[in-house]
Write a protein that binds this ligand. Structure first.
Ligand code: 9D3
Length: 248
């Protein structure tokens, strides 16, 4: 997948490209990223990329000309690319959106700085505005990294184990079961016996129950949007009887 990032701070991405699974994906030619410095497309001796808002108010607005010129360079490299703007007003990013983006060939991600981007650039060139959550950042760069990270690991062949991308948290609507590794006792805390039993049917059943109960405790909102299987219903009824017994 080709990824082109338009930013005033391309250096922020250097360590991101140079580590871990992202680095491996680039080496394997599954991910082909470039950054374009928006300032390289600004005119004049001072290469100004922002200006005061029409109508007044605080903060600065990103000028449309440098953004458009930078985007034209990106589009010559990848004419079919989906153009995303990272923006606090955007559609909330989630795993479903990551999956649909991972099926595309090319993305341009425009990172805003300052208070915002001239609306005419958005109207003319942006396919979708995306937010990474309801909190305030100083710019879109971390958002572009979040999206690149989530999308890259879904590209076939990027993760060693083909199904590890699929069996994740959220892909089946539950949080993951608890994980343990050696040693079997740590700080007076035992690994659950069943995981040491070697009985894989029992282990699988324990993990499904553990994931369900952890979802109730940590992310009950996930269960409101998801149907329960017959087994999950039985598990919750078992725990309801246990809790009812404690209340008697
Ligand atoms: C005072 C109004 N602010 C909007 C909430 C102005 C403003 C704050 C921060 C405008 C831009 C930004 C910079 N943020 C991003 O570019 C951004 C972002 C974010 O702040 N939160 C979550 N996702 C994203 S994606 C890009």
């Amino acid at each position: 997948m080709k990824v082109c990032i338009l930013t005033l701070f391309p250096e922020l991405f250097t360590p991101f490209w140079d580590h871990g699974i992202i680095r491996r994906a680039i080496q394997a030619e599954k991910l082909d990223p470039v950054t374009i410095n928006i300032r390289d497309h600004a005119e004049g001796r001072h290469r100004v990329t922002d200006d005061r808002p029409y109508g007044g108010g605080c903060g600065m607005v990103m000028k449309p000309e440098p953004l458009t010129a930078a985007l034209m360079e990106a589009k010559t490299r990848m004419p079919q690319a989906t153009v995303l703007l990272l923006s606090p007003q955007g559609r909330p990013f989630d795993q479903t959106l990551a999956e649909s983006l991972s099926a595309t060939e090319a993305m341009v991600m425009v990172c805003g700085r300052y208070e915002g981007v001239d609306e005419r650039f958005i109207d003319r060139h942006v396919d979708a505005e995306i937010s990474i959550g309801d909190f305030v950042l100083t710019g879109g760069e971390l958002g572009a990294m979040v999206i690149t990270d989530a999308v890259t690991r879904l590209i076939p062949g990027v993760l060693g184990n083909e199904d590890s991308a699929q069996s994740d948290t959220f892909s089946d609507g539950l949080v993951e079961y608890a994980h343990y590794t050696r040693p079997p006792v740590f700080d007076d805390q035992d690994v659950p016996d069943v995981l040491l039993s070697g009985n894989h049917q029992k282990i699988d059943r324990w993990r499904r129950e553990n994931a369900l109960i952890r979802t109730v405790l940590k992310r009950p909102d996930l269960l409101e949007q998801r149907a329960l299987s017959a087994e999950e219903r039985r598990t919750l009824e078992k725990w309801r009887r246990i809790i009812d017994g404690l209340l008697e």
